[in-house]
Design a protein around this ligand. Structure first.
Ligand SMILES: C=CC1=C(C)c2cc3[nH]c(cc4nc(cc5[nH]c(cc1n2)c(C)c5CCC(=O)O)C(CCC(=O)O)=C4C)c(C)c3C=C
Ligand SMILES: [Fe+2]
Ligand SMILES: [Fe+2]
Length: 346
């Protein structure tokens, strides 16, 4: 069998034209693992309400962060793919869950190179139904329909892998000289609380009550909230951060259901009001900088902080195509290729 790798990220609109943003949001939000309500309700909500109002607002936000080469998320993912490819001996393709290059195109690219054993690597440190799970489910559907000869395996959420924690910690340390700040906020993308309960394999552990995520459980293999807090805890340990100088919050909520709290915008506001002057913010749910980090945090977040009297607001870049991060991803791929090769020999 010939091995190959598919890196998968979320995706972006083709351009900042509201029509392209509408097409992208339509595909994204009609995913039953993103807006997880019955089809009729999702159709009503997405096509009847959200797509009539949001694309214009989102297109304006995208225009503020768009690069000459295109969407930052896609350009940065491509740069990572190039660097990783240089460090491994197997073909590495890149795909997006929504928009292009699609998952099907990514698999076709590998197929054309004779690959029939694929490692799927979702570029999300923490597991979520709306990210990792939807990628793996769609990949399996595509395999059955178009690539039945292929065999898939995947790299699970790497929120607590020492080498990931090491690089993330280093990226923070490099950006904040001498770790000189008053409050470091770890801001993760939010999900509706309902998603956490749905992913609970024990069906009884996740009460989202403040203590469940600290109580060992099988549920944590798929608990986004636990995994976010664990990433924060491990980075804080690595950097020797003092209790009370760092905080975890959740950003980018949509709609009226309860999402994971505390919310990042209110957190920034609160710390500003409480007299924090030097704040830093890191966004570990994103491997590549994107709308949610470059606009929502670096622009909107900073504005909120200054309005509340804050002075210095430092946004820590995502891992993007850092050499040490590309090295870590390449190591995971090489380790996988080695194990699979030894299985073949055995
Ligand atoms: C409505 C539900 C949404 C869920 C659940 C959700 C989960 C989720 N998303 C990311 C990562 C990204 N989301 C991005 C943009 C974005 N997300 C939603 C909605 C949900 N996300 C919307 C409507 C949008 C579009 C922008 C907007 O209109 O505000 C992005 C940025 C993409 C880009 O092109 O830059 C990322 C990345 C994670 C990790 C996650 C669950 C853990
Ligand atoms: Fe999102
Ligand atoms: Fe939990």
């Amino acid at each position: 069998m010939k091995k190959g790798v598919l890196l998968v990220n979320l995706g972006s609109p083709k351009s900042t034209d509201p029509k392209d943003v509408k097409e992208y949001l339509g595909e994204f939000l009609m995913d039953e693992r993103v807006i997880d309500v019955p089809l009729w309700a999702r159709t009503l909500l997405v096509k009847g309400i959200i797509l009539n109002t949001r694309p214009k607002k989102s297109a304006e936000a995208y225009s503020k962060i768009w690069w000459d080469e295109g969407s930052p998320l896609i350009v940065l993912s491509e740069r990572l793919q190039v660097k990783v490819s240089e460090k491994v001996d197997v073909p590495v393709a890149l795909a997006m869950r929504y928009g292009t290059p699609s998952l099907k195109e990514g698999l076709e690219e590998l197929n054309a190179k004779g690959v029939d054993e694929v490692l799927i690597l979702p570029l999300y440190p923490q597991f979520a139904m709306a990210t990792t799970e939807t990628i793996l489910v769609l990949a399996e559907e595509l395999r059955k329909a178009h690539f039945p000869h292929m065999r898939f395996s995947d790299i699970p959420a790497f929120y607590n892998k020492p080498e990931y924690i090491e690089v993330l910690s280093k990226s923070i340390h490099e950006k904040i000289e001498n770790l000189d700040y008053e409050m470091l906020v770890f801001s993760y993308h939010g999900v509706p609380e309902r998603h956490i309960r749905k992913s609970d394999v024990t069906k009884s552990h996740c009460n989202i009550d403040g203590s469940c995520c600290q109580t060992p459980s099988q549920a944590h293999q798929f608990c986004y909230r636990h995994q976010c807090y664990e990433t924060t805890r491990q980075v804080a340990e690595k950097l020797n951060l003092k209790e009370g100088t760092y905080f975890t919050s959740f950003q980018s909520r949509l709609g009226f259901d309860p999402w994971l709290q505390p919310y990042t915008d209110r957190t920034i506001e609160r710390f500003g009001k409480e007299g924090i002057k030097k704040m830093a913010i890191v966004t570990p749910a994103f491997v590549s900088d994107c709308l949610e980090t470059l606009e929502e945090i670096a622009m909107e977040g900073e504005e909120i902080f200054h309005e509340m009297g804050g002075k210095e607001f430092t946004t820590i870049p995502c891992l993007n195509d850092r050499d040490d991060w590309a090295h870590v991803v390449a190591t995971w791929i090489n380790d996988w290729a080695l194990v699979e090769a030894s299985k073949t020999i055995a």
